[in-house]
Design a binder for this molecule. Structure first.
Ligand SMILES: Nc1ncnc2c1ncn2[C@@H]1O[C@H](COP(=O)(O)OP(=O)(O)O)[C@@H](O)[C@H]1O
Ligand SMILES: [Mg+2]
Ligand SMILES: [Zn+2]
Length: 421
């Protein structure tokens, strides 16, 4: 991409009324834009990050045998009445009557919808287990939208649902999901910890939340300074100021955290209420056993920025960066410099790398500041002095380390350098 014709509206100042660093940086770096409280647009750079995170999630979901589908946001309220969640979720649900006078809502989540679908198609134990997922927009009329896209009223979630014939099957799928979640957060370079949680309005027995401790968040975790055991949910209140139940030696440190994902062993709460049954080997009717598994995909972007930034801007981990490399020709008027920048751009795309070339006619200072702000992992700087020596500089955004390379070495070495970022 050429910056001069690409839509990256960067800003120098942090917008007023923003408390989270990630919120400020996502706005300033031109990744998101607020339409109204709790509702955000994703600009081209933000959408690139979102897509890369979604790719990671898809890979890990597909790897454990989950199948992607796409359910409607527009939902009849009667499905929610079957489970009583038209009442328990009334506060966040966006409801209205359609033109035919039918009560409708915009989906805050999709348990009822998927259970209704599976009920129509699954009749026999032979069709189980089944694991389905989607990446979808959710609508929740949050009383207090906060920290930008961390708590929004319209946001993107990956939600998966497992359907099993028995508890053993559920436990197996739960374990697989748990493992996939660990991989997803690790690939996004997030230090997520799994804590046992209360299952709340979802229902069911066992549930884990994946939390990332940091400067902001609406949740809290306790971490033992001796054995590293992490605790969350109801345990936070009961154990605060106490000693570690795991090792009995350490003291527990309380930290705020962002909830990234939440997995539940639901059991039969939804299948029972909605009549999702199957016939077992003996021709006996049984209730399908379910699990549900969510990740806040858009929230993940904010969590990554919260964990990876410095005073100058964002520092994208390479797996989720909007581009792999930024090419920064300093003197636009120098045709030799511009030609070399163009050559790199071609070489990199031949190597399958995504490059952003800052071909704007602005001062070096503006280019360097914006480069730090948007935080592409590697930067190739082509400046007059080094160019005259037949060299260019490669800067690592995270470490600040600068390496001089002969100008013909760059394309052959860049892949290796990215691996090391
Ligand atoms: N208002 C929101 N804005 C952005 N992401 C959200 C929001 N609510 C939930 N999420 C994300 O979706 C995941 C699954 O949601 P869920 O556990 O049902 O929400 P909650 O914890 O608010 O009850 C959460 O772990 C979180 O990452
Ligand atoms: Mg939750
Ligand atoms: Zn301990």
């Amino acid at each position: 991409m050429r910056w001069s014709s690409y839509f990256i509206p960067t800003a120098k100042e942090a917008p007023v009324g923003t408390e989270a660093v990630s919120h400020q940086l996502l706005l300033r770096a031109g990744l998101i834009h607020m339409l109204t409280s709790g509702v955000y647009s994703y600009l081209p750079l933000g959408l690139r990050v979102l897509n890369r995170i979604q790719d990671i999630i898809r890979e890990e979901m597909n790897a454990i045998g989950a199948q992607e589908l796409f359910l409607p946001c527009l939902q009849p309220l009667e499905l929610w009445q079957q489970t009583g969640r038209d009442k328990t979720l009334a506060e966040v649900m966006i409801r209205f009557k359609d033109k035919r006078g039918k009560d409708m809502c915009l989906g805050p989540t999709h348990e009822e919808i998927i259970t209704d679908l599976v009920k129509d198609f699954v009749q026999s134990y032979r069709q189980l287990p089944l694991v389905l997922y989607q990446i979808q927009t959710k609508f929740r009329d949050e009383i207090r939208p906060r920290f930008g896209i961390v708590r929004a009223c319209e946001f993107i979630m990956k939600d998966a649902y497992s359907f099993d014939r028995d508890k053993k099957g559920l436990e197996r799928n739960y374990q697989l999901m748990y493992g996939a979640y660990e991989k997803i957060f690790k690939r996004c370079n997030l230090n997520a910890i799994a804590v046992k949680a209360d299952s709340g309005a979802m229902g069911g027995d066992i549930s884990h939340e994946f939390m990332v401790p940091g400067a902001i968040g609406e949740d809290a975790v306790l971490i033992c300074n001796a054995c590293g055991q992490a605790m969350g949910g109801a345990q936070v209140q009961s154990l605060e100021n106490g000693s570690c139940p795991q090792c009995a030696k350490g003291t527990l440190e309380k930290k705020v955290a962002i909830e990234l994902g939440h997995i539940f062993q639901l059991g039969t709460k939804y299948s029972q209420a909605q009549g999702a049954n199957f016939l077992d080997e003996n021709g006996q009717q049984q209730t399908i056993i379910m699990g549900c598994y969510g990740i806040g995909v858009s929230r993940l972007i904010a969590a990554v920025v919260e964990s990876h930034n410095d005073a100058a801007g964002i520092i994208w981990p390479k797996e989720v960066a909007p581009f792999d490399v930024e090419i920064l020709p300093v003197q636009m008027a120098d045709s030799g410099i511009m030609e070399l920048a163009e050559n790199y751009y071609q070489d990199l795309s031949r190597l399958g790398l995504e490059a952003l070339i800052d071909d704007r006619d602005v001062t070096a200072g503006v280019k360097f500041n914006d480069a730090d702000l948007i935080g592409i992992p590697l930067r190739i700087v082509i400046g007059k002095r080094t160019f005259a020596e037949g060299k260019v500089e490669i800067k690592n955004r995270r470490t600040g380390e600068v390496m001089k390379l002969g100008k013909d070495e760059v394309s052959s070495k860049i892949k290796e350098l990215i691996e090391k970022v």
